[in-house]
Design a protein around this ligand. Sequence first.
Ligand code: LHQ
Length: 258
Amino acid sequence: MNSVLIEKKDGIAIITLNRPEKMNALTRDMLRALQQILEQCAADSALRAVYLTGSGRGFCAGQDVTDFDNTESLNFDQLLAEYYDPVVTALRSIELPVVCAVNGVAAGAGANIALCCDIVVAAESASFIQAFSRIGLIPDSGGTYWLPRLVGLQKAAALMMLGEKLSAAEAERCGMIYRVFPDNIFAGASLQLAATLAALPTRALALTKKALQSSMHNSLEEQLHTEAQLQQAAGQTADFREGVSAFKEKRQPVFIGR
Ligand code: LHQ
C-alpha cells in the first residue's frame, strides 16, 4: 500500500498521507514520495490547486519516532535537509494554491508542514501539537518561521515550549489556521474550498502567494516594488482579460488558469 496517495481530479491534486495505523507518522520513504509527488504536481500544467490531507483519524504525527531507536547515530541535520526541508520548500514554491485539510491531530513536523500551506482548514475534532519539546527536540520543518508570524511571538513560544495540545477552534481563533468545519461536513467543505480556488485565476493566485512570501522579509518600499512587478505579470494573463471582459459584460468570468 502506498504511504502517500495522489489523485488528480477536476484540476485538483488530492494528496493523502496514508499510514493511518500510525497516525500518518512520517518515514523517509513517505517524505521522498511526497517530494516526488509535489515535483510532479509542479510540472503538471493541468493542475489548478493542491489539497493535502491525511487518512484515518490523524493528519500527521510528525517524524516516526520508532526511527529514533539508535539515537546516538542520528544525523538530524541531514535528515532535515534531505527529507523535510524539500517538502516545505516545495509547498511554498509550487505555483498553485495549497489547501491543507487537517482531518485529525497534527503533531511535530506534521503540524508544521500543515502551517506552511497556503490555506489551512481543520475538522472540529482536529488538534495541533508542537510535540517537539516533549521529546527534547526543537520545532523544525519551518515551524519557528511560520508560527510566530501567524500567532505572535508570545503564543508561539508558549505553544512550542509547553507542547500543549491546541484545539482546532482555538487554532482558528488565534489566527493559526483559516477555518474549522464540523466533522460531518469537513471532507466535502474542505475539498470544495480547493475546488473554488481551482476555478480562480491560477496565475494571479500564484503571484499573490509569491507577494505574500516576499512580504515576510521585505521593507514597505521593497514590497511595493515587488507588487508592481508581479502585477505587471498578472496583467499579461488571459485570465485578467477574461476578468475585465466578464465585468463589463455583467457575467461570471470563466478563468482558464493562464
Ligand atoms: C506513532 C507516532 C510517531 C511513530 C503516533 N511515530 N508512531 C524530528 C527529528 C528529526 C528530524 C525530523 O523532524 C523531526 C520532527 C518531528 O516531527 S519530532 C516529533 C515527532 N512526533 C511526536 O513526538 C508525536 C508522537 N505522537 C503522539 O504524541 C501521539 O501519538 C498523538 C498525539 C499524535 C496521537 O495520540 P493518540 O490519538 O492517543 O494516538 P496514539 O498515540 O495511540 O497513536 C496511534 C498509533 O500511532 C500508536 O501505535 P500503536 O501501534 O501503539 O497503535 C502510536 O505509537 C503511533 N504513533 N505517533 N510520531
